[in-house]
Write a protein that binds this ligand. Structure first.
Ligand code: FES
Length: 246
């Protein structure tokens, strides 16, 4: 057992990272997939919490999750810097699809929505695809970031970091500058941002919904699509933006 404790209780809103070690399924994780974790030692909280996979080390059979402390469950987890003895279910859900024929990709993240897009960016770079990741937020975020092999552009609504404005403003500029050259576009973040991205261009979106079971049994994460209701946990979380009824 090699779980490492941070030993301190971080405040609500703090962004934390936990490395999950000795996870046998790590080598087959796909960007956009998630796991659910029992975030406590007793019966509370009762429900597992879903976490997008942030980065993977296939050789070491480990992966990272990046999350914001919102309540009891995430606070429990934030005390682990590394863990190998948590009750984890996964990989779950369907991840992003990568088109190896399209050599330019733009990824649009809203706040903590950067978690799965970092993993995606690293996989795209391995496939020799040029990646620009746009991270938008209301104000400067305290997120540990390292963009290796791709371009990271930051924008904030209040101008406290990077360009002042919305991530969708930057996306608009990129799409226009490409002048209809083929682009792969991916987005993850708050629903309002995803809707705005979808209005600019067709893309793959990773939806965030409150989940209870995480495996398609409780119907708690249903979203309306052109093909009826779909479960974010089982049919997604990645969807084609044109299929969603926003
Ligand atoms: Fe239960 Fe998706 S969380 S069906």
């Amino acid at each position: 057992m090699s779980s490492k404790w941070r030993g301190t209780q971080a405040a609500k809103g703090t962004v934390c990272k936990t490395v999950i070690r000795r996870f046998e399924s790590a080598p087959r994780l796909i960007p956009g997939q998630f796991v659910t974790i029992r975030c406590g030692t007793g019966t509370e909280p009762l429900l597992r919490r879903p976490f997008a996979v942030h980065r993977v080390n296939r050789e070491e059979k480990s992966f990272e999750i990046l999350y914001e402390i919102k309540g009891e469950g995430t606070r429990f987890l934030s005390q682990y810097e590394e863990a190998d003895d948590l009750d984890i279910l996964g990989p779950l859900g369907n991840g992003f699809k990568i088109d190896l024929n399209i050599k330019n990709a733009i990824l649009v993240a809203g706040g903590i929505g950067i978690a799965p897009l970092t993993f995606l960016a690293e996989e795209l770079v391995k496939e020799k695809i040029n990646v620009t990741l746009i991270l938008g937020s209301k104000t400067k975020l305290d997120i540990p970031l390292s963009a290796i092999g791709y371009k990271l552009l930051i924008c904030t609504e209040d101008g406290s970091e990077g360009t002042k404005g919305l991530a969708t403003d930057l996306l608009n500029e990129f799409v226009r500058a490409q002048n209809f050259a083929p682009l792969q576009i991916y987005a993850c973040g708050p629903k309002a941002m995803l809707k705005a991205v979808a209005q600019i261009t067709n893309c793959q979106v990773s939806l965030e919904e409150i989940m209870a079971c995480g495996v398609g049994a409780c119907l708690g994460c249903a979203v309306k699509t052109k093909d009826g209701y779909k479960m974010v946990c089982k049919d997604g979380p990645v969807f084609n933006s044109e299929d969603i009824i926003w």
